[in-house]
Structures are given as structure tokens and as C-alpha cells.
Design a protein around this ligand. Structure first.
Ligand code: NAD
Length: 371
């Protein structure tokens, strides 16, 4: 039997999926794929750690295992590869997959720098793919989709002020994993590695950012990167937001709050949300209109890998670029780079300041931070 060619157009049956990296997060990918048998089949997994690979293959009944990505791509010709390795490997692995004609769903952060992310986007195949999508699973719960729909329909009025806080706790031992806490391998601290999820969600709700003014600190952990950052972000739509990213907060929480003219929308959760994590408070005079639109919106989908993976598979089967697209993930990466550039240069930064001439284009630390 001949193996289908990924270049042959949209998949006609279940998408042939491979995973590279079988560590912590790969489990969420495999569970999501297994729960969507009509949309996807897992054909292979790749890991340099043969024990991790073998345990993963047994647990998820993966038919083929490889220690080399290129060999897997040659032999299996997957249509989609989920890249679940540490961030320092993403660029070369994503480019290898795209070069072999396979679309990619890469874990966040998609790359270590804007320069890398732009090169990866340039390796996509254009209108017919293959494409690169990034995992930002918080966009895909029904709560976020409902807020976006109401905002787009004009029910909420203009966004005015917002808060986006990712205040988590990671003890020093968390950084014993060799790639964590280092600019070279993780690309940054909680701004790049943790708060990026909520910053992406905020951008998906508020649109283009225009200026950021930030500070970054090492408050408590013995690591190369920051363990705390705080930023003020302006948006083209007129809103201003406070963004806090922390790994030193014993009472852990992920919080987004947006005050629109006609309602406050709030999300409080930790690593993922359901409908119950969202609350809306209409402004006086708008109770009936806002409540009716809220109750009539989309409900029933938790945020998480399954919600995003099902959208990725549907897009591929429909022959369109899967979400979150390279352009959208670049916008989020640009805000991360803007936070670091502003914090380490001590001045406000706009997206236009982050072009190839900026040292923060090639490295999130701008080539060296003296704390
Ligand atoms: N979306 C989320 O909520 C979320 C949560 C946690 C982690 N992540 C991201 O997922 C990625 C992986 O994180 P993790 O916690 O699963 O890491 P991990 O260290 O648990 O797993 C990484 C795996 O990659 C394997 N690997 C290393 N080099 C390889 C190579 N050259 N080829 C093939 N496999 C290789 C390792 O052996 C390991 O099994 C990171 O980018 C991280 O930021 C995302």
C-alpha cells in the first residue's frame, strides 16, 4: 500500500499525525488526538530518550517509534507533526517538517526569538500549505469565543481598561531541568514561558498592540532570566492593559479582566478554564441587552489542547491555514519581545522598534542582561 503524500492536497480521511517529543506536554496532545478518531490517527512518535518513547508508545498505542525526526519524516510521510520538544529545538524541527511537506503544530513558545519565528513562517508553503500553527490553547474555549463574538458584534462597546495577570509559583527545583530558566534554551522567564498564554488570549480579544512600557526583575529565583515582569500595554482599539507575569506567587492564579463601555468581562482560572470561570457584569442601562447576548452565545467547550487540536484538524481537512497561524503567533511573540526590550532599555517600545536592526529581534535578552 502506498503512503499518501502530504503535498497531495487536503487529507481526505483522518489526518496522519506524528509527535516529536514524548515528555510532559505530549500526553495532552496524544489524549486530544485519541479523542478525535474520525479526524486524526497517530502514525508515529519520535524521541531521543528511548525509555520515554517506549512508555509513550505503549500508553497511546502508537504503531511506530523513531529516535530521528528526519528518518520518521522520510518513512511515514505524516500530514501533521506535533512538535512537543523544548523551545530551543523548535526552529530546526519545524523547518524539517515543513521541508518534508508536513504541517506543524508547535508548542509555545514557537521559537526563541522573533528572528527565528519569522524564518519559520517564511518556510511555510503559502496558500496550499504546509503551515505552522502554535499551541495557544486558551483562545479556543467557548468563554473566549463568546467574548470575541460579543465584542465583534458591538454589544460590549469599546474596550477601555484591562488586566492580564499570570501569577504562578515555581520553586527553585523546577529550574533543575537543564533547559529551564536560561535565555539560550528557554528564551526567557515567565513572560516568554508562562504568561505568554494569557498575553496571547488578551491579544486575541483586544487586537493590535501599539506600545509597551515594562520592567523585569529577578525577585527570588537563582536563574538567568526574570522571575517577574510588569507591563503597561496600549492597544490600537484604545484600551490600556496592565500585564503581570510572575513565578514567585504562592497564591497562584491566571486572571484576565476587561472593562468594556457596556460590561466588565472577567476570567479567573489557573491552567485552563470552563464556562464557569467567566463572569460578566453589565454597566447600568445595558443589563438586558448584554445578558441576552451573553446567554445566547457559544457555550460548552473548555479551553485546552483538545479544543485547539480539533480546530487545527478541521482547518487542515478544509485546506486552510490552521490556528493559531504564524502571523498571529508572531504578534504575540512581538509583545513578549517588546516587554523585554522596554524593560532592559528603560523606555517605551512599539512594534516598529522590534525590526531586524533591534538586538531584541535576535535574542529576547537583547544580547545580554546585566541584572
Ligand atoms: N501549552 C502548554 O500549556 C504547555 C505546558 C507545558 C509545556 N509546554 C511546552 O511544551 C514543550 C515541551 O515541554 P515539556 O514540559 O513537555 O518538556 P519535557 O522535557 O517533559 O519533554 C520534552 C521531550 O523532548 C524530548 N527531546 C529532547 N530532544 C529531542 C530531540 N532532538 N528529538 C526528539 N525528542 C527530543 C525529550 O527527551 C523529552 O521527552 C515546551 O516548549 C514547553 O514550553 C506547553
Amino acid at each position: 500500500m502506498s503512503t499518501p503524500s502530504p503535498a497531495a492536497g487536503p487529507p481526505t480521511g483522518p489526518v496522519r499525525v506524528a509527535l516529536v517529543g514524548t515528555g510532559n506536554i505530549a500526553r495532552f496532545h496524544a489524549e486530544a488526538l485519541r479523542s478525535l478518531p474520525e479526524q486524526a490517527e497517530i502514525v508515529a512518535a519520535v524521541d531521543v530518550d528511548t525509555e520515554a518513547l517506549s512508555a509513550f508508545r505503549s500508553r497511546f498505542a502508537v504503531p511506530a517509534g523513531y529516535t530521528d525526526l528526519t528518518e520518521m519524516l522520510d518513512r511515514e510521510r505524516p500530514e501533521l507533526v506535533h512538535v512537543c520538544t523544548p523551545p530551543g529545538l523548535h526552529r530546526s524541527q519545524v523547518e524539517a517538517c515543513l521541508g518534508a511537506g508536513a504541517s506543524v503544530l508547535v508548542e509555545k513558545p514557537p521559537a526563541l526569538s522573533l528572528a527565528e519565528a519569522e524564518k519559520m513562517a517564511a518556510a511555510e508553503g503559502g496558500e496550499r500549505g504546509p503551515w505552522m500553527a502554535t499551541v495557544f490553547q486558551h483562545r479556543f474555549g467557548s468563554g473566549a469565543r463568546r467574548v470575541r463574538a460579543l465584542a465583534e458584534a458591538g454589544v460590549l462597546g469599546r474596550p477601555l481598561v484591562a488586566a492580564c495577570h499570570t501569577t504562578w509559583f515555581r520553586p527553585q527545583e523546577y529550574f533543575d531541568v537543564p533547559w529551564r530558566g536560561r535565555w539560550e534554551t528557554e528564551g526567557g522567564g515567565p513572560t516568554m514561558g508562562h504568561g505568554i498564554h494569557q498575553m496571547d488570549l488578551l491579544l486575541s480579544l483586544l487586537g493590535e498592540w501599539t506600545e509597551v512600557s515594562a520592567v523585569a526583575r529577578r525577585q527570588a529565583r537563582d536563574i538567568e532570566t526574570e522571575d517577574v515582569s510588569l507591563a503597561r500595554v496600549d492597544f490600537a482599539g484604545g484600551a490600556v492593559a496592565s500585564v503581570v507575569n510572575s513565578l514567585v506567587s504562592p497564591q497562584e492564579e491566571s486572571r484576565i479582566r476587561i472593562d468594556f463601555e457596556r460590561a466588565t468581562v472577567e476570567l479567573v482560572h489557573l491552567y485552563g478554564y470552563g464556562d464557569d470561570n467567566w463572569r460578566i457584569t453589565p454597566a447600568p442601562g445595558y443589563e438586558d441587552e448584554v445578558t441576552a447576548a451573553w446567554e445566547g452565545g457559544e457555550w460548552g467547550t473548555d479551553s485546552g489542547h483538545r479544543a485547539q487540536v480539533s480546530q487545527v484538524l478541521a482547518a487542515l481537512r478544509g485546506g486552510t491555514a490552521p490556528p493559531v497561524t504564524s502571523a498571529e503567533s508572531l504578534r504575540t511573540m512581538r509583545l513578549v519581545a517588546g516587554v523585554y526590550a522596554s524593560a532592559f532599555q528603560g523606555r517605551p517600545v512599539t512594534p516598529a522598534d522590534l525590526g531586524p536592526e533591534s538586538p531584541f529581534h535576535t535574542r529576547m535578552d537583547g544580547g545580554g542582561v546585566r541584572w
